[in-house]
Each structure stands twice: as structure tokens, then as C-alpha cells.
Design a protein around this ligand. Structure first.
Ligand code: ZN
Length: 257
């Protein structure tokens, strides 16, 4: 094998700067979705987290001071999505900004009649194509959240979705996956879900997922890792596509516990 600078550098970082044991164990205890991972998978995740923290800059906003445990907790959530992919999926941007709690999103959009609107709304996370991810620490701290809710996984799912343009619920699929099967599974599930939300039926996942196909993909990704069994039960075709895309089977992990 030929010598490769990137591999050599990564090896050096992992040898000398692996996330320390106490910080790593603290994050593992705190993050429910890590249960069921094998010791090998956890160690591999720790390595990806170490490299991720080397390439990303995590800064506090609104007076929030970022500590080492916070960095590891955020990174572990961001990296579960790429446990069986590669760090290259997060290559085209550097910055993560963290506010103490919800922050105000101030943006303009043009409606179908060409009228420009200006909106200000409090949000817990936001991600920009090839730009920063912005998070609320209150929502990203890994504890106290509603079951199935995970703002970090949500925003990083958008990041993966945005690798081929604007977020639209159609990320780049792996060779061997079928675009047609993906579209069929997601379109059908999304249409059914929107109808449930419109008629006021109780839903298994956050009704916010009905907002648009990009949000549907991001919310399902959260629940795929956080509460995989109901997703497999209620959205079996979508579950199968997500398992192929993330190259993970969290429902299997959970049912083995
Ligand atoms: Zn979203």
C-alpha cells in the first residue's frame, strides 16, 4: 500500500489524542441511542469522534462557554450517523455554533406569488449547505429530551441530505441502492403521514415531519437512531432504506438487548 499523508496524520491523532476515557465514558452513559453498540463499534465511534473534533470548530454563542465534555457529547451524536460511512461526508464545512438555548432564526423567503417575507422564529437547530451547523445546547445536551427527539442527529441528517444540493429528503445513495425504491418508500410514507397530521390523528413521530420531505427525512433519521423499533414497525419500507443508507440496523441492536 502506498504511503498516504491523510492516513498517517489520522493515525498520529488517534495515537496521541484519542478522546480520553473519562470523557468518552461520560458521553456513552448519557446518550441513550448508543446502547446496544458492541465494544468494537463504540471504540470505532470514539476514533471517528476524535478525528471529527480535530477538523471541526465548536464555538459558543450567546455567552455559552464550550467545555470538553460538551464537545464530545455533540460530536458523538453527530458521528453516529457516519459510524459506517466515512468522515468525508462532513468534509465541506467546519463550524458548529452552540447557543445556550433556542435561538432566533431571522430569514427571508419568497412565496409562490413572488412576495418576499421576513420571518423571525425561535429554533433549536439549523444547518447551512456547505456552512455551519447551529445548535441549542439545551436541546443538544443528550438528556431530558422527549423520547425520539435528537436535534443533533436531525441537523446532521440535513447535512448529509445537502451533499447533493438543497435539503429535499433525497441524499446521495450508495451504489447498489435504488433511487426508485427510496422514492417509492419515502413518498408513500410521507403522503400517508401528511394525511394523518391533517386529520389530527395521533402520529408515531413528531408532526413537524409533515413540513416537507427534507424534514420528514431528518425527523425519521432522529427516530431511526433514538427509537428504531416503532420506525421499523410503522414505516418498514422507510426503515429498510435508512438501514441501507446509514449501513446500520439499530432495531436489531435494540431487540438484542
Ligand atoms: Zn430540520
Amino acid at each position: 500500500m502506498s504511503w498516504n499523508f491523510k492516513t498517517w496524520r489520522q493515525h498520529r491523532i488517534l495515537t496521541h489524542e484519542l478522546v480520553p476515557d473519562n470523557l468518552w465514558q461520560g458521553a456513552v452513559k448519557r446518550l441513550r441511542f448508543l446502547r446496544g453498540l458492541t465494544p468494537d463499534e463504540l471504540e470505532r465511534l470514539r476514533q471517528i469522534v476524535t478525528l471529527f473534533l480535530h477538523t471541526k470548530q465548536i464555538s459558543g454563542a450567546g455567552g455559552l462557554a464550550i467545555t470538553e465534555p460538551m464537545r464530545v457529547i455533540i460530536a458523538a451524536q453527530a458521528c453516529i450517523l457516519i459510524l459506517n460511512l466515512t468522515l468525508d461526508y462532513y468534509d465541506d464545512w467546519v463550524e458548529i455554533v452552540v447557543y445556550p438555548g433556542e435561538f432566533i432564526r431571522d430569514y427571508e423567503y419568497t412565496d409562490e406569488n413572488g412576495i418576499v417575507h421576513r420571518t423571525r422564529e425561535p429554533v433549536s437547530g439549523e444547518s447551512w449547505p456547505a456552512g455551519p451547523v447551529i445548535l441549542s445546547w439545551e436541546d443538544a445536551d443528550g438528556i431530558g429530551a422527549e423520547p425520539g427527539y435528537n436535534v443533533v442527529i436531525h441537523e446532521f441528517a440535513h447535512k448529509l441530505d445537502m451533499l447533493n444540493g438543497n435539503a429535499n429528503g433525497y441524499p446521495v445513495l450508495h451504489p447498489g441502492m435504488s433511487r426508485q425504491t427510496w422514492s417509492h418508500a419515502f413518498n408513500k410514507a410521507y403522503t400517508d403521514f401528511c394525511r394523518q397530521v391533517e386529520t389530527g390523528e395521533e402520529t408515531v413521530i413528531d408532526p413537524y415531519a409533515a413540513e416537507n420531505p427534507a424534514e420528514f427525512f431528518a425527523v425519521l433519521s432522529e427516530v431511526f437512531f433514538e427509537m428504531p423499533l416503532p420506525i421499523k414497525q410503522y414505516f418498514p419500507e422507510v426503515y429498510e432504506q435508512l438501514a441501507l443508507f446509514y449501513r446500520q440496523d439499530p432495531a436489531q441492536r435494540w431487540s438484542d438487548l
